[in-house]
Design a protein around this ligand. Structure first.
Ligand code: ADP
Ligand code: MG
Length: 598
């Protein structure tokens, strides 16, 4: 049977996994890496770059590059990249197609189906948009799994432990998801979810960037887009360095600003104090919703790149009064779990006993008459938030006035008391016989399944009339032919072929550094890049060597950018610097290019 690809389609990074030989394994991309940045860029010729090449182009070609689009899935937001505009699900489709193509190359077989994880707070519209992204990428997506369910699956699969209550703390680039999961007799049940979709690693970057600007009394109004991007990425680098060491330098080296400050972990805590406060709230809420105390939790699983920060773990230990929180590959947990889910869907013998339940992350209901204020209809909830899935529930409604001939039920998603504050998903209309008020019954049944499909049934016992509808959002949902057209349109888009990818990545990297540097270093980068292009075109035999050397060179430039400020002032002697590196052979090689090219 063909393999199903498990995909963690992340805001910042995406990963793929498959169920293989009784376990979930990550699938590397064309660079041999597990993380593919969820970034898409288009060049003048219309070639699409996805992943780390596109990420380099964020700073050098901001107008042709998009990132963080997952946040706007299903909203209709348009991204203009070069000549064309794209919806968030179309950009996601390009990421999915890249993952699919890389996986096919790695697995040596074609992949037609995928299970994709989405945040628990994603509403139906966003879930449908995710499925559509799959369809446009040429993938059948029958199952969408909540990210916390995936993390719990991975955890349970790893530890092979007995019954357990697990707290999943997923702290990514832009969102925080906290969930309480119970595992009993091979049933994995999500008991409660909570979170903050406006809190993530980027907020730490932004806080650091703001601190930097304050320290030097710089008004961000006067900065170019490029400088702002450089400041943000320096902030992120500094934050990541603080994961490894107790202090780190934040260095900004752009044509507009050349400054650095030293930040300690303690500073980071002070600068980001309000973020920690926000972080604690969903944890408390989930424990309250799940009606348990911290000592009843068996395992605390940290997921998402931001959990790598030691201060995040320490803060959690503090608020949970626990000393036993460990971090295992936080950025791989979800993908590994989706891989398990793919295995379940493949009905692999090894895991046929594992039953995955999920919960409904939002409430679903219908509108009812508000006697005191007829203009503001109330929500009557049929399925409550945090209900285990699949679920089927019925409520009985009666006619509100004498002689009423029709009952209309708007179907809503959300937690608000008034329907106008919730999301309208559809409407069902029932004709009823004209009778005195409160004498005609209509039974409304909602069935919500693990794949996020809502089925609504309305039944009038008096007339035996019954109506059924399956909720799909009309405006944003596409018909089969529309999907086919999109699929055709998108399959004509050329994604940078894997064999050229490494070259293009190096060029994009070089271009970004070129933009960031000035003076002598700018010229040096240009010389090396020209030389490199020359070798690639004329001497394919040396291409591998040239790639290796250019990579070393760019890595050096990058690290020098991180640690030195002004090239010309510091009088960095390129020659002696290479000798320091102890690679005379490389120096020779570069010299040859220089001579040939200039
Ligand atoms: P998402 O689920 O949003 O795609 P990830 O789980 O990949 O995100 O996490 C991305 C976030 O993790 C980014 O904000 C990134 O800066 C942060 N991050 C990654 N590695 C580290 C690290 N070593 N230290 C601190 N933060 C990190
Ligand atoms: Mg994530």
């Amino acid at each position: 049977m063909a393999k199903i690809l498990g995909i963690d389609l992340g805001t910042t990074n995406s990963l793929a996994a498959v169920w293989d030989n009784g376990k979930s394994v990550l699938v590397p991309n064309a660079f041999g890496e597990y993380l593919t940045p969820s970034v898409v860029s288009v060049d003048e010729e219309g070639t699409v770059y996805v992943g780390k090449t596109a990420k380099q182009r964020l700073a050098s070609y901001p107008g042709q590059t998009a990132s963080l689009f997952k946040r706007f899935m299903g909203t209709g937001k348009q991204y203009r990249l070069g000549q064309k505009t794209y919806l968030p699900e179309e950009l996601s489709a390009l990421v999915l197609r890249k993952l699919k193509e890389d996986a096919e190359k790695f697995l040596g077989e074609s992949v037609e189906e995928a299970v994709i994880s989405v945040p628990a707070y994603f509403n139906d519209i966003a879930r449908n948009a995710t499925k559509r992204a799959g369809a446009i990428a040429g993938l059948k997506v029958e199952r969408i799994i909540n990210e916390p369910s995936a993390a719990a699956l991975a955890c349970q699969n790893f530890r092979q432990q007995e019954d357990a209550t697990i707290l999943v703390f997923d702290f990514g680039g832009g969102t925080l998801d906290v969930s309480l999961v119970e595992c009993f007799d091979n049933i994995i049940e999500i008991k409660a979810v909570s979170g903050d979709n406006q809190l993530g690693g980027q907020d730490f970057d932004n806080a650091l960037a703001a601190h930097f600007l304050r320290s030097f009394k710089i008004d961000p109004e006067n900065l170019t887009w490029e400088t702002k991007a450089i400041i943000r990425s320096s902030a992120e680098r500094c934050k990541k360095e603080l994961t490894e060491s107790k202090t780190a330098e934040m260095v900004v080296n752009s044509p507009q600003i050349c400054e650095k400050i030293t930040i300690s972990r303690k500073d980071l805590v002070t600068i980001c104090a309000d973020l920690f406060q926000k972080m604690g709230k969903p944890v408390k809420r989930v424990l309250m919703d799940g009606k348990i105390s911290t000592d009843m939790i068996d395992d605390i699983v940290l997921v998402g790149g931001s959990c790598k920060m030691p201060i995040v773990r320490q803060y959690l230990e503090h608020i949970l009064q626990r000393k036993d929180i460990e971090t295992m590959n936080p950025d791989q947990m979800i993908a590994l779990g989706v891989g398990v889910s793919a295995g379940i869907k493949e009905r692999d013998e090894e895991i046929k006993d594992m039953i995955l339940t999920d919960i409904c992350p939002f409430s679903l209901g219908v509108n009812v008459v508000n006697e005191t204020n007829p203009d503001k209809k109330l929500t009557s909830f049929i399925i409550e938030r945090n209900s285990p899935l699949p679920i089927s529930k019925e409520q009985i409604y009666v006619n509100s006035w004498d002689g009423q001939t029709c009952m209309r039920f708007g179907i809503y998603q959300g937690e608000a008391m008034y329907v106008e504050d919730n999301i309208l998903l559809g409407e069902i209309k029932m004709s009823i016989p004209p009778r005195p008020k409160h004498t005609v019954e209509c039974r409304v049944r909602f069935t919500y399944d693990i794949n996020g499909v809502l089925e609504v049934n309305a039944y009038i016992p008096m007339t035996n009339e019954e109506k059924q509808m399956v909720i799909v959002n009309k405006e944003l949902n596409m018909s089969k032919t529309q999907i086919e057209e999109k699929l055709k349109e998108f399959s004509q888009i050329k994604i940078d072929p894997a064999q050229d990818e490494e070259n293009h990545y190096l060029m994009a990297w070089g271009e970004r550094l070129f933009m960031q540097c000035d003076g002598e270093m700018k010229e040096e980068i240009m010389r090396k890049m020209h030389g490199y292009e020359h070798v690639i075109k004329t001497d394919p035999y040396s291409a591998g060597k040239a790639r290796k050397y250019l990579t070393v060179f760019l890595t050096c430039v990058e690290s020098m950018l991180d640690h030195y400020l002004n090239w010309d002032e510091k009088e960095i002697n390129m020659g002696s610097w290479y000798e320091d590196e102890g690679d005379a052979e490389m120096d020779e090689f570069f010299k040859k290019w220089d001579e040939e090219d200039l």
